[in-house]
Design a protein around this ligand. Structure first.
Ligand SMILES: [Zn+2]
Length: 272
């Protein structure tokens, strides 16, 4: 980890970066540097450089920006939607599901998983059967050691896909599963942690479920039971998709709660 990365504030940078906040802060830094620059040129350059670095690494430099900015925005003609943040993959992947299977009948799946002993119910609570958790974690530990190309091959083996490739994104690598049409909009993009979790789940489920389609369908929902990042081992945190700018919730939707790895800056599960 470099010194630069130590400074980084994942909640407000990378995919979580709030561009309106960043723009607002950079404007304020520039204005501050200009004012100082009238008298002390060297100091102004230092302020501009430090301020920009801080905005870049921490998301903002003006204290309380995430809380103050929405009020400024609410009082201005700027649409509130600009402050609507998400940790989603690139636009192309949003069109597809973010897992190995598409839409799933949750109720029926839950019943199957309980009937076959993958999940155990305790009153209102449902949890992983301890022996399944062991099997899943063993598979995850193996896959997490794989370089991304090998992990992609492993995901392709269990996925219902026609092609697989690895793309180096700005912040992370993506495993892309295609349906053979060559259309990027129908591809499924998996981050490493999600690919590890789902591929491991499908592998481990072989002992519990006979039907490969059901195993794939279960892999996504099972991610809600993760406690640690499947890829780096960091403890997962529950967060909200709108974790900047005070969450000016548009009335049309409530913010979804997500399970995310703060180290990988990756969403592992979205609670609907
Ligand atoms: Zn992680």
């Amino acid at each position: 980890m470099t010194r630069f990365e130590l400074l980084r504030e994942p909640a407000h940078t990378g995919e979580n970066r709030c561009w309106p906040c960043t723009a607002l802060n950079l404007t304020l830094v520039a204005a501050g540097a200009l004012v100082v620059g009238r008298r002390r040129r060297a100091l102004a350059v230092l302020i501009a450089a430090l301020g920009t670095l801080l905005v870049w690494t921490r998301g903002y430099v003006v204290p309380y920006t995430p809380r103050v900015a929405p009020r400024l925005v609410a009082a201005s003609p700027v649409p509130n939607e600009w402050f609507d943040h998400d940790t989603a993959p690139p636009a192309a992947a949003q069109a597809s599901s973010d897992g190995l299977a598409g839409d799933v009948d949750g109720e029926a799946l839950l019943e199957t998983l309980q009937a076959d002993g993958v999940l155990v119910a305790d009153g209102e609570m449902v949890d992983l059967d301890p022996s399944f958790r062991d099997a899943w974690e063993t598979e995850m530990a193996t896959l997490a050691d794989h370089p991304t190309d090998d992990l992609a091959d492993a995901a392709f083996e269990v996925a219902h896909a026609a092609s697989v490739s690895v793309t180096d994104g700005e912040e992370r690598q993506w495993i892309r599963l295609g349906d053979g049409s060559g259309n990027v909009m129908t591809e499924t993009w998996l981050s490493r942690p999600v690919a590890v979790a789902e591929t491991a789940a499908v592998r481990a489920l072989t002992e519990w479920l006979d039907d490969p389609a059901t195993r794939r369908a279960a892999a996504g929902p099972l991610r809600m039971f993760l406690t640690d990042c499947p890829d780096c081992g960091e403890q997962l945190v529950e967060s909200t998709t709108m974790n900047c700018c005070g969450g000016s919730t548009p009335s049309r939707s409530e913010p979804a709660d997500v399970l995310a790895c703060p180290a990988c800056e990756t969403r592992l599960y979205t609670f609907e």
